[in-house]
Design a protein around this ligand. Structure first.
Ligand code: OAD
Length: 249
């Protein structure tokens, strides 16, 4: 298959001092993790976020919410990183300043070997106290009832961002800085529907970066970016790394 990337872009990637990548659920779909907004299999076509993904729902029915997250944790535990995750880990090894921003809570980037990962929407693998906000890891009590905070005895919730929750300020600031200062910015497998993550490619454009989108479908940012590659993350990213560094194993 010919590379969808022009030779100048491959050269720019080889020479880049700073690259930032933003990922969404699409990169994990090839591992078998459902996306959110796919009309057939997306989580939000089968479940109601107002029942499952906000603090009020958890206070109302902790067991229901806990069980749903326990199901998602077990789903993620049973799958493996795919060639798209692995290609990003290889890219990090080649670029002096590489930042991976992810909206995913599945931990697959770290399992693939990525190191400088900012988890904008938290992680399924951790819990935090609903009242005190203190993080407790590893996630405990996946079976049965929602566990209690070892400090205050209150309820523990998954350490993920729910609707109505702010993002962790330090993570958001670091993500914004990485978007503004990079030379190349890739937006991979995200519908770009959810702010503030959806604003990061725009910040990168304002900062002067070349912005590339990788997604089988057009998104809200497709017309604004420099190059929108229509394809699955696994094939496109592994192809990109192979073309840029043919010796990469
Ligand atoms: P979405 O489900 O909104 O979008 C997934 C995107 O991945 C879509 O644009 C698909 O076209 C694309 N896609 C599907 N398969 C792909 C593949 N193999 N390779 C590349 N792209 C593919 O997921 P997100 O954009 O990640 O937040 O959603 C953002 C946030 O909305 C999530 O983090 C979650 C959700 O509500 C919270 O729960 C706070």
């Amino acid at each position: 298959m010919p590379s969808p990337f022009p030779p100048q872009l491959i050269q720019a990637l080889r020479n880049a001092r700073s690259v930032t990548v933003l990922t969404g659920a699409g990169i994990s779909s090839e591992s078998g993790v459902p996306t959110f907004r796919d009309p057939q299999a997306g989580l939000w076509s089968r479940f109601r976020p107002e029942d499952l993904a906000n603090a009020a729902a958890f206070r109302r029915n902790p067991q229901l919410v806990w069980d749903w997250y326990a199901w998602r944790r077990s789903l993620v535990a049973d799958v493996a990183p795919n060639v798209g995750h692995l290609a990003l880990a290889k890219l990090e090894a080649r670029v002096p300043e590489f930042t991976l921003l992810t909206q995913n809570v599945d931990g697959l980037h770290s399992r693939a070997g990525s190191r400088n990962v900012i988890e904008l929407h938290g992680s399924l693998m951790r819990n935090r106290c609903l009242d005190e906000n203190v993080v407790v890891e590893p996630a405990a009590g996946d079976e049965g009832r929602p566990p209690k905070c070892p400090r205050c005895g209150g309820l523990l919730r998954p350490d993920v961002v729910w609707f109505g929750d702010p993002l962790a300020p330090a993570a958001l600031t670091a993500a914004q800085e990485a978007a503004v200062r990079c030379q190349l910015f890739f937006s991979v497998g995200t519908s770009s529907m959810v702010n503030p993550a959806a604003q990061l490619p725009m910040l990168a454009l304002q900062g002067g970066a070349t912005v590339i989108e990788i997604n089988p479908e057009p998104t809200r940012i497709s017309d604004a970016v420099h190059l929108s590659v229509r394809g699955a993350a696994g094939a496109v990213l592994s192809g990109l790394v192979m073309v840029a560094w043919p010796d990469a194993v």
